[in-house]
Design a protein around this ligand. Sequence first.
Ligand code: FPP
Length: 486
Amino acid sequence: MKVEIIEPHGLCAGVNAAVAKALSLKNVYCLHELVHNEIVVDELKALGYRFVDSLEEVPEGERVVFSAHGVSPDVRRLAEKRSLKVVDTTCPFVAKVHRAAKAFAGKGLDVVVIGDGRHVEVKGIVGEVGKASVVGSAEEAEKLHLPGKTEIAVVSQTTFDAGEVGRILEVLRRRYRVVSTAEVCTASKDRQEAVRRFDGDALLVLGSANSSNTRRLCEVASCRTFRAGTMDEVRSLDLRGVERLGVTSGASTPERFFDEAVKFLRNVPRHVAIIMDGNGRWATERGKKRGEGHIAGAKKLDEVLGWCAERGIRYLTVYAFSTENWKRPREEVDGLMKLFARMLKSKTGDFVRNRVRFRMIGRRGDLSRSLLKEVERLEKLTASFEREFIAAISYGGRAEIIDAVNRVKGPVTEETFREYLYAPDVPDPDLVIRTSGELRVSNFLLWESAYSEYYFTDALWPDFSEAEFDRALESYARRNRRKGGV
Ligand code: FPP
């Protein structure tokens, strides 16, 4: 997937100044969210900010910050009455709209505000005028009823969709003599235009769900859109099938979040494969039976599934039982087969809840009928889910290639040969991890791992920690995968 940064994006000058001013204060009140962004709001909360919806909640004489969206004169009067020390971070562009709306109303004109009537910015502008009509769409503009009026003044919410503002103005100009030009702010317009120009197959808008301008960027795009406000949301995006992803951000989204998200999107392996080695040694070191090592290994695998989900890893393949493992003592083999069946049964609820698709790669004919039934039941039940957990059971890389060769009809290319492998639609593993200090490939994913990165750790599989997993991912992220190129 190619990740393209859309320019311009992100913080506008008004928000930048508001945030810089707000960050220089501590333990103050703030009327509404300073800007509609959860990362900024959380940062201010850490500085002791208390966010309130009304000035009545602020004790007399205290310091209060007015948000970048602006406030109505009523609010200013109340602040004065309560002797509050005001720090005003209203965006200069919003303040300009306030002044214009007030001047029009002063001339006796009816003021129409284009925007979302529930947004605090629009409430502030309406409050400035005293009485104003709000229209949010061309349909609403058609229905606007101002008895006896032929002349109106129109202003706009600064972050509204510039295209929609144009369409609304067209309707209003047809119906009234409009004496003003309503415009969204340059920053919003430029960001929307850059999104409209993007011709990739999906767009990711970084910003909070309650941010009007962020939502607007999603609306103006002509391709599939995704929105994410936090790294957790970025990690859980389902970007399968996306070839060219454009990334932009709302006017209140911090650039450091943007950078982290882009870094993540460019570096997280889509497919991690693990050779879970060392269960037997782990058990022996503790004077336990080898079977107990495998039980501890299964528990670890359960944890790793959670780590992958949290980090947005789409595919996890684990080497659970190789074609060579049948040579192990009967008791151990039987114990492992029972463990697989038990785990698949007990994990069913989790797989369905977390939308994880299960599948098996390996020689199905080697499995007992009851285990194969369990495998196929779970595969069918989870077939439509997005994330994948792939268990290699009775698997060998050479066996997979031989099985493929025996099914091939006619000449093949590398691409068409892939169709004969066990899971042809699964992308090749980006990263293969092997635990227990062994530095071998051991017949695992021979065809698929041709260009995989390897990470070896001394930890025995039941001891494999989340910190070690992150070290593997960091090591992968730092590597320059040239795949034979320069
Ligand atoms: C290798 O350690 C591990 C295995 C052969 C089995 C691993 C299986 C699980 C963790 C359960 C997986 C469950 C499902 C449903 C896929 P080893 O025994 O070779 O360790 P050693 O090298 O120390 O002897």
